[in-house]
Design a protein around this ligand. Structure first.
Ligand code: NAD
Ligand code: ZN
Length: 263
């Protein structure tokens, strides 16, 4: 992609956002890379050193929670506890505040969209901010869990697990239903920083496409959606691309073409 092409696509995206006002974003691990959180796949990804089925499958957790806490959860907690939103997260939050973006459906468990100010966030794979007791289902903020013994335990004696979706588990039905409803009505889907390989989240762009939405990818690399499902790919990091899109949206707003209406 040449620089000129990139500018044209940025401009086209900004116009689509301003005109339609019913955009939704689907985000993945890529949007948080610039916040220092490694993705699962690709260079520097967690799966270069670990087998997902050995550490992130619910059967492994049930069989050996100590191993999963030591290999995966403790490390993730250390990284997530210091991560801060980047320009990708704040860009999406700003688009929502300006009334151009309805919701963010995220596959991430890091809470950075909310930290950036996004209000309507569907945490498709749950959240790492909370732990849930395997036995009594009571929840405790991750930062408050007593980690002096691993695996940590609830007052009832049950083992805590992150309130997120492990491989082998169902997506919470309310999230699935909400995502389906949003896709049936959205005009523009921004697909930001996801390799679109984890199912059923990978189906979301297909649902949008079927409903007639424009599907726009923001990613440094092509994905399985590129050239098949997405209308186009804006190649680059989430922070820089969203920054540029915001700049164009701001110009269009300045031209007075559209007046913000509270939702
Ligand atoms: P993935 O790891 O499969 O793919 C990451 C994608 O991000 C790739 O397509 C890569 O090209 C792209 N990318 C790299 N740098 C980028 C940048 N600067 N800006 C934008 N995109 C960039 O991620 P996935 O598709 O989300 O699937 C992984 C699963 O792992 C998700 O379901 C998620 O739940 C979980 N996960 C979450 C986190 C988190 O919460 N931050 C981190 C790792 C994994
Ligand atoms: Zn309990």
């Amino acid at each position: 992609m040449r620089d000129g092409d990139r500018d044209v696509l940025i401009q086209r995206t900004a116009e689509a956002l301003v005109q339609t006002r019913r955009a939704v974003a689907l985000t993945g691990a890529g949007v948080s890379i610039e916040s220092g959180i490694p993705p699962f796949r690709g260079p520097g990804g967690l799966w270069e050193t670990m087998d997902p089925m050995e550490v992130a499958h619910i059967d492994v957790f049930r069989r050996d929670p100590e191993k999963v806490w030591k290999l995966l959860i403790e490390g993730m907690q250390a990284v997530l506890s210091v991560a801060r939103p980047n320009a990708g997260h704040t860009g999406l939050a700003r688009l929502e505040q300006w009334g151009y973006l309805r919701s963010v459906i995220t596959q991430n468990v890091d809470g950075l969209h909310q930290a950036a100010g996004s209000r309507d966030v569907i945490e498709f794979h749950g959240t790492f901010a909370w732990q849930r007791c395997q036995d009594c289902e009571s929840r405790c903020a991750t930062g408050k869990v007593d980690l002096s013994r691993i695996p940590p335990r609830c007052a009832c004696g049950g083992i805590y697990r992150p309130d997120c979706v492990f491989f082998g588990e169902m997506i919470p039905p309310q999230h699935l239903a909400r995502a389906q409803r949003l896709m049936a009505r959205c005009d523009v889907l921004l697909v930001v920083g996801t390799s679109a390989t984890v199912h059923p989240a990978a189906m979301i762009p297909l649902l949008a496409k079927d409903a007639g939405a424009r599907v726009i990818e923001i990613n440094p690399e092509p994905t399985p959606l590129t050239g098949r499902v997405s209308d186009y790919l804006i190649q680059g990091g989430a922070g820089a691309v969203l920054n540029d899109i915001l700049g164009c949206v701001e110009e269009l707003r300045g031209l007075g073409g559209h007046i913000d209406t509270p939702r």
